[in-house]
Unconditional design. Structure first.
Length: 155
């Protein structure tokens, strides 16, 4: 089980990432938002949409694990989600705000969880068993992946 100190750092990291993403995107032009670094990766605009879309999914999964016995966690087709939600046409400022608002809800929920909830489990349709603390770590890793993508995109 994670220590209280570790949990606090995780929650602070979750709260910090919308600020980090906003800073990484300061001064980015509309043209830069739509540059595709390679065919298999999102543009910066699409990254913002993707991050914003995932916040309620992460929260639903965490709630399910915290509140149900071994819930089934569905998988999602991220590429199809991008098409269905018209990522290429979205307003970047609105998407960043959606991400920030969703992350606030997520972090508040996680911060209020009792320590015992961090060891509860769910079953992901593709990845298998997930412990809540591992899922939270995955969220931070997901943020880190996209933060690096933003940095590399701007170089």
């Amino acid at each position: 089980m994670q220590s209280e100190r570790a949990r606090n750092y995780v929650i602070h990291g979750l709260r910090a990432n919308p600020i980090v993403f906003a800073r990484l995107l300061e001064g980015v032009s509309e043209e830069e938002l739509d540059m595709r670094p390679d065919p298999g990766r999102f543009t910066l605009r699409e990254v913002l949409c993707h991050l914003a879309d995932w916040e309620p999914i992460w929260l639903d999964r965490i709630r399910a694990i915290a509140e149900q016995d071994n819930p089934l966690l569905p998988g999602y087709d991220e590429g199809q989600m991008a098409i269905d939600h018209h990522y290429d046409q979205a307003n970047a400022t609105e998407q960043l705000e959606r991400f920030r608002a969703g992350r606030t809800l997520l972090a508040d929920y996680i911060a209020a969880l009792p320590v015992e909830a961090w060891t509860r489990r769910g079953t992901h349709a593709e990845a298998g068993t997930l412990v809540l603390s591992d899922l939270v770590t995955m969220i931070l890793g997901h943020d880190g992946y996209h933060a690096r993508q933003m940095v590399e995109h701007r170089q």
